[in-house]
Design a protein around this ligand. Structure first.
Ligand SMILES: [Mg+2]
Length: 261
């Protein structure tokens, strides 16, 4: 990634944006549809007991950042691309409309702007295209960026094809792990882990002291504070809907906003 761009002299030179429920409102319905698709995947592809799925889905999300990361931590083996195709590939993207106000706002900002999402590359491309924002960002850090096949290293925003994992029986049962104090580490790197945020900073090659991290999730923001970023701001979506608020927000260095996800 080219980092030779001259400094604008601004206190903040880099803007890291979450994607889902940050660049568009939760009222779009994508969040709800995504959760439904995850539950269907757990039921149909992983043969998890139907009565356990909703509780397990939420618990893994809370503990591991994403339900997918939690499933992997429990030992479920499945193809990442298949999971994303089932979960994100069937989302009602028609609900997302071009957002020209946001587009003009982003294009008017001199800072380097980068997407940082737990979602997969195809999902990010769909969302940005539907919002008409695909050319507003320098790059995308997504699932594939942080979780490349083992023989590749994350070196840039370029995403790589996934491996062809064959679905196997889980090494540990849900009851074994959920019902105990065990908290196996997930092989998936994702927000809100500090490691994921620091990896994103490294891959984007930004100065964390001059970076603002926009995310609708309070816990992601909290992890941003735990990393080497000097400040983390959460961009509350309602503020953006009021027009010029984002510019004012970025220019501010004194007011911190935390929004509960
Ligand atoms: Mg989000």
């Amino acid at each position: 990634m080219d980092v030779a761009r001259k400094s604008s002299g601004a206190k903040y030179e880099y803007l890291l944006f979450d994607l889902d429920d940050t660049l568009y409102p939760m009222s779009s319905g994508l969040n709800l549809a995504c959760r439904k698709n995850i539950e269907e995947y757990m039921l149909q592809h992983l043969q998890i007991e139907e009565s356990e799925v909703p509780r397990m889905c939420l618990q893994l999300y809370r503990e591991y950042g994403t339900t997918m990361a939690g499933l992997k931590a429990l030992g479920y083996e499945f193809d990442n691309d298949q999971f994303h195709a089932c979960v994100h590939g069937r989302l009602p993207y028609d609900a997302l409309k071009p957002d020209l106000v946001l587009r003009n706002l982003l294009l008017s900002m001199p800072q380097r702007k980068i997407i940082f999402t737990n979602g997969d590359e195809a999902h990010a491309a769909q969302v940005l295209s539907r919002l008409c924002l695909e050319d507003c960002f320098e790059g995308i850090i997504c699932f594939e960026t942080l979780n490349p096949p083992s023989h590749l290293q994350p070196v840039d925003f370029i995403t790589a094809p996934d491996d062809d994992d064959i679905e196997h029986a889980p090494e540990a049962t849900v009851t074994d792990c959920i019902g105990s104090n065990l908290s196996p580490k997930s092989p998936i790197l994702c927000k809100p882990s500090v490691e994921a945020i620091e990896a994103a900073i490294r891959i984007a090659n930004v100065d964390p002291q001059k970076t603002i991290f926009f995310d609708d999730s309070a816990r992601n923001i909290a992890s941003g504070k735990g990393s080497r970023t000097s400040y983390s701001y959460c961009w509350e979506f309602r503020a953006r809907e009021e027009g010029q608020q984002l510019e004012q927000f970025i220019q501010s260095t004194a007011v911190e906003t935390v929004v509960h996800a």
